[in-house]
Ligand binder design. Sequence first.
Ligand code: PMP
Length: 382
Amino acid sequence: MSIPASLPLRNDLKGEEPYGAPQLDVPVCLNVNENPYPPAPDVVDTIAERVRQIAPTLNRYPDREHMALRRAFSDYLAKESDTRLDPEQIWAANGSNEIMLQLFQAFGGPGRKALGFAPTYSMYPEYARDTFTQWVTVPRNEDFTLDVDAAIAAINEVRPAMVLVTSPNNPTGTPLPMDQTKRLLAACEQASVDGADEGVHPILVVDEAYVEFRTPGVPSAVTLIDEHPNLAVSRTMSKAFAYAGARVGYIAADRGIVDAMRIVRMPYHLSAVTQAAALAALEHTDEQLSTVAHLRETREATAAWLKGLTYKGRPLTVAHSESNFVYFGLFDDRDFIFNELLRRGVLIRDVGPDGWLRVCMGTDEEMATFRAAFAEVLALAE
Ligand code: PMP
């Protein structure tokens, strides 16, 4: 980083680093929770064809409201979450990162607070910083489940404009059971917002970036949208859908929340190329999701394998995960484990509370390499 002192950088950004996991050229990358399986050749053909079809129109701006894509997400959610929403209850952007930023722009801001439950996704404080929103956290239980009573007490005490809960949570993989989502929603619907008029209540944002990896049959928070105008459920094509490179996230929410986001979005924020590529992949939904069941099995097998291992004579602790990654510890020196794995060509993530590491599920081959490398590193650490 070299930002000359002569530049009028915002005071609160001085000394800050750009966010991001290392992008290293190593054989096995298990660090950013991608789906390791690339699109199949027929999906690639459809993507190329759909982009070719719109290429002659690229002199024009894209559909600002991206209605075709919103209709396609409505169809997707009807199938995936058994809930039919109007396209006006859906909104897409460049990754759920941009969705979240738009939420903070619309509902956060100076004098406003956002409440989250630590440890959780490390971008949330950055959206807060960038929108001058105060970020407040309540600690999760020791097993990373939510302390719902503490959460509700904080909602009433802090009086945030936004309550953010990630399900399954990143980096821990912890799901939020439906009865707890309902309790949080009820608390938000009763609570007031610091600095806002009477009768204004916090919104509850459920970040379901990894939800397709949950146990089949478990309902998503999307099923609650019709009855709850203060609920927003964020989703992405980056994880289970195996489309991180396309940068497409979306939200399902009451149309009031969507309309608020439309105020702060950049004009034509979603390029015609992105819209065409997203629609192409959605045409192949079953194929794009065909690896999810296997990745779930890989997660279960990896968690069971890790549970059988010891570090310095102590069994490893493995957090219950409903996602495509596993969070495990506790290491006296997690940097040592991380760096020794890296030396063996395996990149994982050192994120969240000290002592814990996160590994994302790769292909069978990648997981075999991870296991061999990790066994070696554990032996070294003894
Ligand atoms: N939410 C959570 C919990 C995440 O882990 C991530 C990505 N790591 C995102 C949102 C953002 O993903 P994207 O912008 O690719 O949709």
